[in-house]
Ligand binder design. Structure first.
Ligand code: BES
Ligand code: MN
Ligand code: MN
Length: 459
């Protein structure tokens, strides 16, 4: 394995160049205008697998964007690790806030990454992270140290809810058969306290509309005598969370798994850094549910956030108008044992219940996903922890993240294997945001940790 480290060091420059090439492809899954680029990205990813010697590489079309699938069997009696990742990226807007164009990657230092970070859409989420697995495979192969079978499943629709991957998984149990699923699409807590993600929250996402009068009205002729949908909607949204940070939706917490004091103290062994947390997002003070730490609020508690709200006149100058309608997009992050159907239904009932009878309310559900938890006493977690401890030379903590990867719970249910969330990004990497970046040291520590995971898991 010491040869692995040498191999990575000897090939550093090329490993970076090859990643930049993939980041240059604008594989934006949400925007139909980029369909060709997404398909082209799948080709390049497939080619990168062939180039490192993966035995069988296919591009599998779906009704949406294609799936790249690779199989490398060295001995059917050995365990098989399935690598999952995504080559699609979020839309880069707002473009004017990028220091350089999002698909023209470049390297620059940051406070968190003084050694340099790769800037560009998808650098951390998830191109830089899935590509670590391609390069780790290359390194293992070059050193004759591949100790188990490997499958690669790199999809092109994660950022739009993995809609077509579900059917693919359901219909391809044999093809996907594996002993463990290894995913690098999450974050470490910090370079001082690296972590393996033991939990992801689920997601229920809805769009709501409030309709008042049947047409837009002159705000002088009608103002004061009719309901204003923007006011009504704002008040309704504000009332969804009370002064103690609890969500007011009837039955919202009914199925929420409460952690034991032991579990809570275990998760708080990782010391959060409130000052650093605030400073990193230029925030004056944190807020959240009473009785919980920031780590707990993000990791083990369900939440509700308005992601966007609009209606009425937002153009230049002033227009005197009471709009007929107002809209909002609302996300709820779920924890075990809440389900998407349950929470979407409870939201819809409640939102209709609190609407005054002066307006008409509609709720439209979007894609969602279930939460995922990997216990920290499992063989899978322990292999990842030992692997990262070897690469980082530091204690590695279990860490419950607040983000979502909806396919994880589906993988476990359909394929009966556990997902190990061994990600190397950082919260400050600005994923989904302008100037997304991925630390160069994170990239290489990831490439180094992966062969150690193979070694630990297969021994
Ligand atoms: N990789 C992220 C999720 C993530 C990031 C989890 C960092 C933990 C730490 C993934 O690509 C993502 O953005 N997921 C979406 C959900 C999806 C349905 C669009 C999310 O969490 O909002
Ligand atoms: Mn991702
Ligand atoms: Mn993402």
């Amino acid at each position: 394995m010491s040869n692995i480290k040498q191999y990575i060091t000897d090939n550093k420059e090329r490993f970076i160049e090859e990643l930049l090439e993939i980041i240059r492809i604008p594989s934006i899954s949400a925007d139909p205008a980029y369909k060709k680029d997404v398909a082209n990205c799948a080709e390049v990813v497939a080619e990168s697998l062939r180039k490192v010697g993966v035995q069988e590489v296919e591009i599998l079309p779906t009704e949406g964007h294609p799936i790249v699938f690779g199989t490398h069997i060295i001995d059917p009696n050995l365990p098989t690790i399935l690598i999952y990742g995504h080559y699609d990226v979020q839309p880069p807007d707002p473009l004017n806030l990028w220091l350089k164009p999002p698909f023209e990657p470049y390297i620059a230092p940051t406070e968190v990454h003084p050694e340099g970070a790769i800037f560009g859409r998808g650098s951390a989420d998830d191109k830089g992270q899935f590509f670590m697995h391609v390069k780790a495979f290359e390194a293992m192969k070059a050193n004759n140290s591949l100790t188990c079978n490997v499958k690669f499943l790199i999809e092109g629709e994660e950022e739009v809810g993995s809609a077509h991957l579900e059917d693919f998984v359901k219909n391809n149990h044999d093809k996907l058969k594996n002993d463990v699923i290894l995913i690098s699409d999450t974050h470490i807590y910090s370079k001082e306290q690296p972590s393996v993600t033991t939990g992801l929250r689920g997601l229920s996402y809805v769009e709501v509309s409030v309709t008042g009068p049947g047409r837009d009205l002159h705000s002088g002729l009608y103002g004061g005598a009719v309901p204003n949908p923007i006011h009504v909607l704002s008040k309704m949204i504000a009332s969804l969370i009370d002064d103690e940070g609890h969500i007011t939706i009837d039955g919202f917490y009914d199925n929420v798994e409460e952690l034991s004091p032991e579990e809570r103290s275990l998760m708080n062994e990782l010391k959060d850094d409130p000052e650093n947390f605030k400073n990193s997002i230029s925030l004056r003070e944190v807020q959240g549910e009473k009785g919980y730490t920031t780590l707990e609020r993000i990791g083990i508690r369900p939440t509700l956030d308005c992601n966007g709200i609009w209606g009425g006149y937002i153009g230049e100058g002033a227009k005197t108008v009471i709009p007929s309608q107002a809209f909002a997009k609302i996300s709820m992050r779920l924890v075990p044992n809440q389900t998407v159907e349950e929470i979407t239904e409870k939201f819809t009932q409640y939102f209709k219940k609190i609407a005054p009878n002066t307006v008409h309310v509609q709720v439209k559900p979007h894609h969602g996903g279930l939460p995922y938890v990997l216990k920290s006493d499992t063989k899978e977690f322990l292999a990842a922890q030992r692997a990262m401890e070897k690469a980082f030379g530091k204690k590695v903590y279990p860490y419950r993240s607040g983000g979502s990867i909806p396919i994880t719970s589906m993988f476990e249910k359909e394929l009966s294997s556990k997902c190990v969330l061994m990600g190397f990004g950082m919260d400050t990497d600005a994923i989904h945001s302008p100037n997304e970046h991925f630390g160069i040291s994170n990239y290489f520590l990831g490439i180094e940790s992966i062969p150690y995971f193979f070694e630990e898991y297969c021994k």
